[in-house]
Design a protein around this ligand. Structure first.
Ligand code: GLU
Length: 428
């Protein structure tokens, strides 16, 4: 049986609903609800105080039907096998919705990087990579940044792997520094994708994005870039909260100044260009767009009834619980689900992987244009599916993803012959 818990359970509830509507073959259904591979490792690290600490690490390859496993590595005290398995499943559906040739994976280490030195983080990263080294590679499993990891951490992953195989292998990881095989536009890509789908959602609902009010939870890589790019197309960012506190200004926050402030203070709390706001206050704001861009399980039945936004765009992975999602849908809130909304990151990771393997690098403009086209196409496919089946956008995104993975599973041979179902869907 799967090692599961509440987060994976939430993923399964979303999956099951879509699989039922799709009338998914029961055998394929079974396959797609199990992680293919779950790796658990212990990473001893010599800390700066001379003590040895042992950190628990995970890498889960949920499904590799469409290509190498793909997904980030996060460093956080709350990391668990349940969480990493759910995130790896979400990566599977996300890559399928984005229509990139990857399966889904995720990694995590239980640690608090805010209390560790750069040397300790480097030692931990290298040890973790050494422990999972046989499972990763450009054709096998390609990690990327996630919560509390960045391009420097990816450089250490790439270097440790390259030393092991005896040559420089840039395509083993994405989200690298530009100087060593990273792609222009990758760092901003998740936030850029959030901006694009927000604009598409507004268009879909007849809301003018110019002057539309936006509240953002989280001001890390995803939240901050989303806010910056939405402000650049004329939206008004009225509120931002983060791990420590928040700030509100009904006239619109100066996002450039807020970015500068957050860079030095490591939080938006205390920003002089607005009034203080806490997370609880954020949910009830009368805004057009709400962007949860922090962690899972933020929008729950406790706060969902307070939400007044017309559109929710999930920059984070799994920010809305299934019950809260149903409640919001019943109330007519348009939720752009994580596996569509934040797929810009992995789409640009795909571009980076392609450029590394090709050895030829694109301009930032080329990356952004291709990202724009992929995101618009993904939004179109999901909203067309939502209309066709009369379902919410999350269920529709799952239907698109499951259909694509299931079709390839069947064609590759996991069935008693090529069923008429495959032949029909291959033509449609
Ligand atoms: N960590 C990001 C995500 O959750 C990016 C994954 C990747 O680029 O592989 O989508």
């Amino acid at each position: 049986m799967n090692e599961t818990g509440p987060i994976f359970g939430a993923m399964l509830r979303e999956f099951d609903r879509a699989a039922r509507i799709l009338k998914l073959d029961p055998g394929i259904w079974r396959i797609l609800t199990y992680p293919k591979r779950q790796i658990v490792v212990s990473c001893p690290v010599l800390m700066d105080n001379g003590e040895i600490e042992v950190f628990r690490g995970y890498r889960v390859q949920y499904n590799i039907t469409l290509g190498p496993a793909k997904g980030g590595i996060r460093y956080h005290p709350d990391v668990s096998l349940d969480e990493v398995t759910a995130l790896a499943a979400w990566m599977t559906w996300k890559c399928a919705v984005a229509h990139v040739p990857f399966g889904g994976g995720k990694g995590g280490i239980v640690c608090d990087p805010t209390r560790m030195s750069a040397r300790e983080i480097e030692a931990l990263t290298r040890r973790y990579v050494a422990e999972i080294i046989d499972a990763i590679g450009p054709e096998k499993d390609v990690p990327a940044p996630d919560v509390n990891t960045n391009d420097q951490v990816m450089a250490w992953v790439m270097d440790t792997y390259s030393m092991h195989v005896g040559h420089t292998e840039t395509a083993v990881v994405t989200g690298k520094p530009i100087e060593m095989g990273g792609s222009l536009g990758r760092r901003e890509a998740t936030g850029r994708g959030v901006m694009i789908v927000t604009r598409e959602a507004a268009k879909h609902l007849g809301v003018n994005i110019k002057g539309a009010t936006v509240a953002v939870q989280g001001f890390g890589n995803v939240g901050s870039v989303s806010a910056e790019l939405l402000a650049a197309i004329g939206a008004k960012i009225v509120a931002v909260t983060d791990w420590k506190g928040g700030v509100i200004n009904q006239a619109g926050l100066d996002v450039a100044k807020l970015l500068e402030y957050a860079a030095t203070h490591k939080t938006v709390e205390g920003f002089p260009g607005g009034e203080p706001l806490d997370n609880e206050g954020l949910w009830g704001l009368d805004v057009d767009v709400l962007i949860p861009a922090a962690l899972e399980n933020q929008i729950t039945m406790e706060n969902a009834p307070k939400i007044r936004a017309k559109i929710i765009v999930e920059g984070a992975n799994g920010p809305t619980t299934p019950d809260a999602n149903n409640h919001l849908h019943d109330r007519g809130v348009f939720v752009v689900p994580d596996i569509l909304a934040n797929s810009g990151g992995v789409t640009a990771s795909y571009f980076e992987w392609v450029q590394d393997r090709y050895g030829y690098f694109w301009t930032e403009r080329e990356v952004n244009e291709r990202l724009e086209a992929k995101m618009r196409e993904a939004f179109r496919a999901v909203s067309a599916t939502a209309s066709k089946f009369a379902v919410d956008m999350r269920t529709a995104a799952y239907i698109v993803a499951i259909h694509r993975v299931a079709t390839v599973t069947k064609i590759r041979g996991m069935c008693r012959g090529r069923s008429s179902w495959v032949m029909r869907s291959a033509r449609s």
